[in-house]
Ligand binder design. Structure first.
Ligand SMILES: Cc1cc2nc3c(=O)[nH]c(=O)nc-3n(C[C@H](O)[C@H](O)[C@H](O)COP(=O)(O)OP(=O)(O)OC[C@H]3O[C@@H](n4cnc5c(N)ncnc54)[C@H](O)[C@@H]3O)c2cc1C
Length: 485
């Protein structure tokens, strides 16, 4: 590596954020990029650790120590080429990935890990700014046609890879805009939507055709897909989990995704179909302590909520890595997001028993009970309610962010594809029981992460390419054999 003792001499430096009071006035991104000198120093913290566990920590197998070294030496264009050889969209992961690579960084055993995610973001932002990211249309076309259903990160990665292999790719998306959860699920303050548009321009220039407002199986007849030599289903897993308890029908209880999608449409002055769900001047309770819950907290504060309270049924994780998840595993550890920092009261080991309403059916409060988990070896943990711990929480808006039960089944039913035990689309090596139909992303693996969606898109593309032409030269995980200038 460039600087042998960099990891001893230099401390980790994170990005600064715009102060909370300022940033919650709008829906813009609020991280301030480090300057070039500082980010080069961060690259120098990468050690010559011998076995870079970060390679396997990253589902894409990003070649992290190599691009860290290039950044340290100021070889930005070379770093961008290397990064793009394994990751189609580092601008998404560089902003939104929980960075399993950093959790498996060797330096992380004794010190703060290398700020890999931030380095990735800086590489790709510099590359866009300098015009290094240019369309790479294929030199030859194979004459084969592929339909990709769904335009989230898995559909986009699939289509870019297959198009680069020379196939003619058409992407069908039921929404009015391309991007999947990146577009309407993840709030603008985490990912500004011009970041998606900038990449889409490249994909279009490479020759990919995008059809929006095409809900396959609903307003777009499935028979039209007969034209295609292969089909890849990348429809996501967005069937929301509900809370079937008394009062669930109350006016004031909403699914998180309805709230988040609506807010992003409002940011872009798009018409919304339903009545506005507003947190303004309300006491908001967000049920569910994951990423979606965190996004609801950030959005509620931006809308001007009077108070925001968060419930989680699981115990509060430890402040530092639990002994049950030693390095280099993904740690069980308390996560405090920038949305949490913006203001909310977090409660753990709490279960919701009832939504309480007035005589007109308007939500007025929630009834909860404290719980604990009984652990019996070899059995699933058992939820125990603690007697005499009921509590009434006055509130006017409840947002349910309880995860997702799986993908929608309209495509599986119409195409005759089985679901597996976990309710996801069944496949073997990404191929369904119908030979020319493949599947990838959350639809295949269940709700997951952007980095996994991109990884699945790259993997399925290889299988489709082989199916169409018997051979594939597409790369999946970092093989490091691209010609570096
Ligand atoms: C609120 C929220 C926040 C998240 N935050 C993060 C985060 O910070 N970091 C992270 O790594 N992950 C995050 N995730 C998870 C991540 O967004 C997903 O894992 C990822 O988007 C999955 O990609 P995908 O392409 O498989 O599916 P999706 O992104 O869900 O895309 C599927 C697309 O298919 C379309 N579609 C479905 N059926 C049809 C049909 N019949 N015809 C046409 N189109 C169809 C849908 O409209 C959708 O656009 C978050 C998820 C949510 C819900």
């Amino acid at each position: 590596m460039g600087k042998i003792k960099g990891f001893i001499e230099i401390n980790r430096q994170n990005e600064e954020n715009i102060p909370v009071k300022e940033r919650i006035k709008n829906y813009n991104e609020f991280a301030i990029l480090l300057n070039e000198a500082e980010i080069k120093k961060q690259g120098a913290r990468c050690m010559d650790c011998g076995i870079p566990f970060c390679h396997s920590g990253c589902p894409l197998g990003n070649l992290i120590p190599d691009f860290n070294d290039m950044v340290y030496k100021g070889e930005w264009e070379k770093a961008s080429k290397l990064l793009h050889s394994t990751n189609n969209f580092p601008e998404f992961t560089g902003r939104l990935c929980p960075a399993p690579c950093e959790k498996s960084c060797v330096l992380g055993i004794v010190n703060d890990p290398v700020s890999i995610e931030n380095i990735e973001k800086n590489i790709v932002e510099r590359a866009f700014k300098n015009g290094w990211i240019q369309p790479q249309p294929p030199k030859k076309r194979t004459g084969k046609t592929v339909a990709v259903i769904g335009s989230g990160p898995s559909g986009l990665a699939t289509s870019q890879q297959l198009n680069r292999a020379g196939h003619n790719v058409t992407v069908f998306e039921r929404d009015d805009e391309i991007g999947g959860l990146l577009r309407y699920g993840i709030p603008n303050f985490k990912l500004e939507k011009n970041i998606i548009d900038r990449r889409l321009k490249i994909l279009e220039q490479e020759g990919i055709i995008f059809k929006t407002n095409a809900n396959v199986g609903v307003n777009y007849d499935i028979k039209n897909l007969d034209y295609f030599d292969a089909i890849v289903l990348c429809g996501g897993a967005t069937k929301p989990r509900s809370l079937p308890i008394k009062g669930i029908e109350s006016k004031g209880v909403y699914q998180a995704m309805d709230f988040l999608t609506q807010q992003t449409k409002i940011v872009f002055n798009k018409p919304i179909d339903e009545k506005k769900i507003s947190a303004k001047n309300k006491n908001v309770i967000v049920i569910g302590g994951g990423d979606t819950g965190s996004d609801c907290i950030g959005t509620s504060n931006r809308q001007g909520a009077k108070s925001v309270t968060n419930f989680e049924i699981m115990p509060k994780p430890p402040g530092s890595r639990s002994e049950k998840t030693p390095w280099p595993y993904w740690p069980l550890q308390l996560k405090t997001t920038t949305s949490h920092e913006e203001g909310c009261e977090r409660n753990w080991l709490i279960n919701t028993k009832e939504f309480i309403t007035d005589s007109d059916g308007n939500l007025t409060a929630i009834k909860t009970i404290q719980v604990e988990w009984e652990i019996i070896p070899g059995q699933r943990p058992k939820l125990i309610e603690k007697p005499n711990t009921e509590k009434i929480w006055p509130c006017d808006l409840v947002l349910l962010s309880l995860g997702f039960t799986g993908p929608e089944t309209i495509l599986s039913k119409q195409l005759g594809i089985n679901l597996n035990k976990k309710n996801n689309y069944e496949s073997k090596n990404y191929q369904t029981s119908i030979p020319h139909i493949f599947t990838a992303g959350d639809m295949r693996r269940g709700q997951s992460l952007i980095v996994w969606a991109i990884s699945e898109g790259r993997e399925v593309a290889v299988q489709v390419d082989k199916y169409l032409t018997n051979v594939s030269y597409l790369q999946t995980k970092g093989a490091g054999d691209i010609p570096l200038v």
